[in-house]
Every structure is written in structure tokens, then in C-alpha cells.
Design a protein around this ligand. Structure first.
Ligand code: FAD
Ligand code: PHB
Length: 393
């Protein structure tokens, strides 16, 4: 098998890259380890930045997103038993976020790509990425019980944090920057109408809680839990009780409840690999960096990477111009580190720290009051949350 760009991974990064390349007349093949059903059902992110919605709209894959997505122009920070609205759009030049499940974006991109005759090989697990220091790299993969090989001019490693692409880079060529947090998130989907029109990020003595949604009938809630927490320690009633306790307000907030149909625990980590390019191998999305979900940025960062990469690859294949490829890593890393800082800051401000350190808790309350009381501080949160317009990214 042979193609121009071998894309490893059919998450949002790999699928959007394939879509953008197809529109630019560049040929690609996407290899995905799991089944189509699996990637379409995997429950993850829900918040799309304005820039993410814009690129999906401009490239014709946002029809359902605009029908079913929920546009939000603010969010609530809740602490000390009261809510405080951050008016995102007023503070960030009219920009907004859209709540639309990641798996819906994935479904839309797969449908668009197959309809356009593009190739996505499901149940094709890459086992090695080789020869990317020359101009004929290849990806070895296993499909239908057989070892196969995909030859190409460029490899895009879009295979997430646990994929093979980053691990193919020789030790010493890559620097990793990492922070682990002493907690995880337990997330649920429930058949319950949202209890608020906007997302609620709650700081409480019992730990962080987040109220989000997927539709007028489905809510998504998260609880900060211990990093080694086991799901079976959290029967449904305990989850609702803890959500009610953390989100309680002095004026009697009522959380609507319903059947829980999805439950999972996600560890929290910040990670950046530098650089994001090694010869003809380019890393994008979670393969290159992970952020804790408190800033709602991982998916959006993956989209920002592949926009830069698609443009650079178009210039390369159209005109042999390598400037975009040469600048890829630096350009992406500027946004990556801004987003790393924002995600770390939101995480540090909102979670109960190790052993409930009372000094830390006082600092957090002071910071939350400042963000809600100062126009400048609220603007900082708002413009980062809806997505900064950085040069070229
Ligand atoms: P992935 O989605 O991980 O896709 C990688 C793909 O590669 C997968 O399909 C995988 O099966 C495949 N793969 C792996 N190894 C191989 C191999 N060897 N061969 C072939 N295929 C392979 N982000 C936000 O922006 N907003 C949010 O609100 C948000 N909330 C989140 C909530 C939770 C609970 C979690 C877990 C994450 C959240 N994120 C959020 C982060 C977001 O989901 C990720 O950043 C996003 O999925 C990254 O996309 P990706 O395409 O880079 O990687
Ligand atoms: C979600 O709806 O899944 C969600 C929302 C906001 C976050 C993280 C996840 O910060």
C-alpha cells in the first residue's frame, strides 16, 4: 500500500487532518486500531471553541453540529454556596463555545470522509513507524490477522497519548515535560435535563464538581475523585449524593437526576513532547500533548495542530515548499504552552488539593473571588476559554 500521508489514528486529529488534506488534493490513508463502532461511541470531550466550530463549518462538516450543538455565551463558577456568571461572549469579543459531544464530531468526520471516497482502515493497528529520517517512511500495521505495510512521503502521528508514533522517536531526540495531579475525574452521562443553561464549575471543600450537558435530555457530570479510585466504589446513588453535596447553594439549587448510562474514570495529567516533528514524522493532538480537562482544551488543541499541519502539507505537496513543515513544531508549541498554562491554572484553582491543605484552599477562594470580581481577571479566563486567536494557529 502506498499514499502521500499515512495518518495513524482516527480520533478527531487524524480524521480532521484526512478531511482537510482531501479538500487540498493531498492523498492520505487513516489507520485506526479500533472498530468504527468503538471510536464513534467513545465518550469524551464536549466543549468546542469558536475556532473549532469555524473550521468544521468552513469545510462543510458542521450541518448537524449547528442543528444539535448548544451555543453557550457564559459559564458559572460556583463556590461558597453561590454561583457567579462569567459572561464569556461579552468579555471575549462576541466569541462563544458550542457544547457538542466529541463522538458526534467523530461520527460527522467519518461520514464525510467515507462519502468523499477517502480511506479509513478500522481494526488496523500500527505496530511500528520506520524510516522517517529519510523521504520514504513506512508504517507497519496489523489488519485481518496479517502484517502489512503502508509506504508514504509523510507520517502524521495522531494516535493519542498511548499510540506508537511518539514511541518510535529515538530516545534523546525528544524532551517530555510532565505533571501528574493527585486526583482523577469520575464522569457520568445521565438521562436528565440540564439543571442550568450553562456549565457549572464548582469549587467545594469536598472537591471539584462540574455540571455539563449533551442535549436538552442528557447531562454530563464530573466529580473529582482519588487517582486510584475504583468505579465499583461509586454506585449511582453515591454519585448523585456527592454531586448534590458539592453543588449545593444557599438558595437551594436542585440537580435534576436520571438513569446513568455511562460512567468512567479519567486520570489527570499535563504532558508536552518537544519537538512535534522528527524528519518526516509529525505528531498532532494527544500524541504530542495532554492537558487536564478542566480547561476543556484537548480536542480544540488537536484541531489547532492539524489546521497548521494541513496547510503545511498542502504547500509541500503542491509546490515543494517546506517552510510550513519546518515551522510546524514551533508554531504549534506556542499555542500548546498557552493552553497548558490555562488548563493547569483552572485545575489548580478549582480542585481540592492533597489532604485538603487549608492554606491552598484560602488561596483558591481568593483567586476565585478575584476572577469573579475583576473585569480584567474575568477577561483572562474568558478569552482563554473561548480560545485565543494566536497568529497562524
Ligand atoms: P484520540 O482521540 O485519543 O485519538 C487517537 C486515536 O488513535 C484513537 O482512535 C486510537 O484508537 C487510535 N490509536 C491509538 N494507537 C493506535 C495504533 N497503534 N494504530 C492505530 N490507531 C491507534 N477536550 C476538549 O477539548 N474539551 C473537553 O471538554 C474535553 N473533555 C474531556 C473529558 C474527558 C473525560 C477526556 C478523557 C478527555 C477530554 N478532552 C477534552 C480531551 C480530548 O478528548 C482529547 O484531547 C482528544 O480526544 C484528542 O484527540 P486525538 O485525535 O489527538 O486523540
Ligand atoms: C464535557 O462536557 O464533557 C466537559 C465540559 C467542560 C470541561 C470538560 C468536559 O472542562
Amino acid at each position: 500500500m502506498e499514499t502521500q500521508v499515512a495518518i495513524v489514528g482516527a480520533g478527531p486529529a487524524g480524521l480532521l487532518l484526512g478531511h482537510l488534506l482531501q479538500r487540498a488534493g493531498v492523498e492520505s490513508v487513516v489507520l485506526e486500531a479500533r472498530t468504527r463502532e468503538h471510536v464513534e461511541q467513545r465518550v469524551r470531550a464536549g466543549v468546542l471553541e469558536q475556532g473549532t466550530v469555524d473550521v468544521l463549518t468552513e469545510t462543510g462538516v458542521a450541518g448537524r453540529l449547528h442543528r444539535e450543538g448548544m451555543v453557550h455565551r457564559g459559564l458559572e463558577l460556583r463556590f461558597g454556596g453561590a454561583g457567579h456568571r462569567i459572561a464569556l461572549s461579552d468579555l471575549a469579543g462576541g466569541r462563544a463555545i458550542t457544547v457538542y459531544g466529541q463522538q458526534e464530531v467523530v461520527k460527522d468526520l467519518i461520514a464525510a470522509r467515507l462519502e468523499a471516497g477517502g480511506e479509513v482502515r478500522f481494526e488496523a493497528e500500527a505496530t511500528a513507524v520506520e524510516d522517517f529520517d529519510g523521504d520514504r517512511p513506512r508504517v507497519r500495521f496489523r489488519a485481518g490477522g496479517e502484517e502489512q505495510e503502508l509506504r508514504c512521503a509523510v507520517v502524521a502521528g495522531c494516535d493519542g497519548f498511548h499510540g506508537v508514533s511518539r514511541r518510535a522517536v529515538p530516545a534523546g531526540a525528544l524532551s517530555g515535560f510532565e505533571r501528574e495531579y493527585p486526583f482523577a475525574w469520575l464522569g457520568i452521562l445521565a438521562r436528565a435535563r440540564p439543571s442550568s443553561e450553562e456549565l457549572i464549575y464548582t469549587h467545594s471543600d469536598r472537591g471539584f464538581a462540574l455540571h455539563s450537558m449533551r442535549s436538552p435530555e442528557v447531562t454530563r457530570n464530573y466529580l473529582q475523585v482519588a487517582p486510584d479510585e475504583r468505579l465499583d466504589a461509586w454506585p449511582d446513588e453515591r454519585i448523585w449524593e456527592e454531586l448534590r453535596a458539592r453543588m449545593a447553594t444557599d438558595d437551594g439549587f436542585e440537580l435534576s437526576e436520571g438513569e446513568i448510562f455511562d460512567k468512567g474514570i479519567t486520570p489527570m495529567r499535563s504532558f508536552v513532547a518537544e519537538p512535534m516533528r522528527f524528519g518526516r514524522l509529525f505528531l498532532a493532538g494527544d500524541a504530542a500533548h495532554i492537558v487536564p480537562p478542566t480547561g476543556a482544551k484537548g480536542l480544540n488543541l488537536a484541531v489547532a495542530d492539524v489546521r497548521v499541519l494541513a496547510r503545511a502539507l498542502r504547500d509541500f505537496f503542491e509546490r515543494g515548499d517546506e517552510a510550513g513543515l519546518d515551522g510546524y513544531s514551533d508554531r504549534c508549541l506556542r499555542r500548546v504552552w498557552r493552553v497548558q498554562h490555562f488548563s493547569w491554572w483552572m485545575t489548580s484553582m478549582l480542585h481540592r488539593m492533597d489532604a485538603g491543605d487549608p492554606f491552598e484552599a484560602k488561596l483558591q477562594r481568593s483567586q476565585l473571588e478575584y476572577v469573579c470580581g475583576s473585569h480584567a481577571a474575568a477577561t483572562t479566563l474568558a478569552e482563554n476559554y473561548v480560545g485565543l486567536e494566536l497568529e497562524d494557529a
